[in-house]
Write a protein that binds this ligand. Structure first.
Ligand SMILES: [Zn+2]
Length: 146
């Protein structure tokens, strides 16, 4: 906890006393000019990176084509990117969808694009029937949680 610099009890405010900002309790706040609380903006909810990405559904074709263009056998490609041959063949038949990390490995090696990002569509969908936030909801004044 923060101690009131005047009486030593639990400080809840900061006040300007003789030009210095000090921690004060409610009782002692009257001795100084209470500093305006900083206006805090609520942090924007972080978007999960992966939720805006997806694997191109054409991945079996893309991988196979790129591999053939590089004149590699499944076995050779598997070795190059340190995966099992069965993984590559299941990818190419669509029986296995690659994780993002595997997809990125394939992208880098085969010079193709497998990981796509959703465009703005999803974002504007969220606006429909949104939470009705106003600027007053977004700007939070106060907060003594420090
Ligand atoms: Zn005090």
């Amino acid at each position: 906890m923060t101690e009131c610099e005047i009486c030593g009890s639990n400080a809840s405010k900061r006040a300007e006393i003789d030009g210095a900002l000090v921690n004060v309790c409610d009782g002692c706040a009257k001795y100084g000019k209470v500093a305006p609380e900083p206006v805090k903006l609520k942090p924007k909810p972080k978007q999960e990176i992966d939720s805006s990405k997806y694997i191109d559904p054409q991945y079996p074709k893309l991988i196979k084509k790129a591999r053939e263009e590089k004149d590699l056998k499944i076995e050779e490609l598997a070795k190059k990117i340190n995966e099992k041959e069965s993984v590559i063949s299941r990818l190419e038949t669509g029986h296995l969808s690659p994780s993002f990390s595997l997809a990125e490995k394939l992208e880098n090696f085969l010079e193709i694009e497998l990981v796509k990002e959703y465009e703005g569509n999803l974002v504007s969908q969220n606006k429909e029937g949104g939470s009705g936030l106003t600027i007053g909801d977004v700007v939070e004044i106060g907060g003594t949680d420090d």
